[in-house]
Design a binder for this molecule. Structure first.
Ligand code: ADP
Length: 315
């Protein structure tokens, strides 16, 4: 048994606390750890859940090298999730598979109504109604702001296009910028336009790959909560990839901490911090020190620093 001091919650206890009676997650909307993903179809009130995105036992590989193992998560509609982990742990690969650019070796990716990827079939990206925002913004340099936003809604009539463009420019706080070109905008303004362009067709799900890492720290501080406000106002479900802990906690309702291709914990942001499921999660999201401990009663462990009590039973 190991405990995290400083993050006082006992790390290796969290799995048993989270799973509760009958081995099922009992406390909230989502699965608490990959081990109970399959069991989680109802919330604590017994109401069945609607997931905008669900990954089940997903393996992804490049050639014969598996880079994501057994990934499992459930994102309820209207929630913002963040895949958080060090560089190279498989976050972008997972995002690319959800977008439809990588085929699973095993497992499945589903949206509300159907399975969009498994080892046999992959629904093409353009049929998924999933929006994407990239780290390098990727605005079309030869198009004005309005025409960049218009790009994904060209099948609407002109009046509807104009209405949606004005609505989005208002939402991102740039109503006067319709006729500008990307090179006439700051980095933060470009990122907002990229967001508006991705939101224009009203996607079911928005994927954002390190969307803030090209921006300076000061700008990130204001833009991250601003983007959260915009997503919440539009009611969009989103999955963000980040290697930055503070960014993840600022934007997300749910965080999935990844390392070496595995999701160690997918949980409410607060719980990831307060009840880390593994020593890796504890060390990656906080400043805790790990010490050995022995379970000595239902609610306590003995450590070299003395007895530590847990409000929930330890099994
Ligand atoms: P992250 O987004 O967490 O930085 P990635 O998903 O980009 O990680 O990469 C996960 C692993 O897959 C890394 O070891 C990386 O080198 C490898 N990888 C990524 N893209 C490719 C590719 N196109 N071909 C082969 N290996 C790749």
């Amino acid at each position: 048994m190991i405990v995290a001091v400083g993050l006082l919650p006992v790390i290796l206890l969290s799995r048993s606390i989270a799973r509760g009676k009958n081995n099922a997650c009992t406390e909230n909307l989502i699965c608490c750890h990959a081990v109970c993903c399959k069991e989680m179809t109802m919330n604590a009130q017994g109401t069945s859940l609607t997931y905008q995105l669900e990954l089940k036992d997903l393996d992804l590989a490049y050639g014969n090298k598996t880079v994501v193992h057994n990934a499992c998560l459930q994102l309820p509609a209207g929630q913002i999730g963040c895949l958080l982990g060090p560089s190279g742990c498989g976050k972008s690969t997972l995002l690319r598979a959800i977008a439809g650019f990588e085929k699973p070796v095993k497992g499945s990716i589903s949206t509300v109504s159907n399975t969009i990827s498994d080892a046999n079939t992959v629904l093409p990206p353009e049929l998924r109604n999933i929006g994407m925002v990239f780290q390098d913004v990727a605005l079309f340099p030869h198009l004005s702001v309005a025409d960049n936003i218009r790009f994904g809604i060209r099948d609407l009539d002109t009046v509807q296009q104009q209405q949606r463009i004005s609505e989005l420019l208002e939402l991102i706080g740039l109503p006067e910028y319709a006729t500008r070109y990307p090179h006439e905008l700051s980095g933060g303004q470009q990122q907002r336009i990229a967001l508006a362009r991705a939101l224009a067709p009203k996607p079911d799900l928005l994927l954002m790959d390190e969307p803030f890492s090209g921006l300076d720290a000061k700008l990130r501080e204001t833009l991250v909560p601003e983007v959260r406000r915009i997503l919440k106002q539009e009611g969009i479900s989103a999955l963000v990839v980040s290697h930055d802990q503070s960014e993840a906690f600022s934007i997300a309702d749910l965080i999935g901490v990844m390392n070496e291709g595995e999701i160690h914990q997918w949980d409410l942001a607060k719980k990831v911090y307060q009840r880390p499921a593994t020593p890796f999660v504890a060390q990656f999201v906080g400043q805790g020190n790990l010490i050995n401990a022995t379970v000595s009663c239902e609610h306590c462990v003995d450590t070299v620093l003395g007895k530590v009590r847990s409000p929930a039973p330890i099994r």
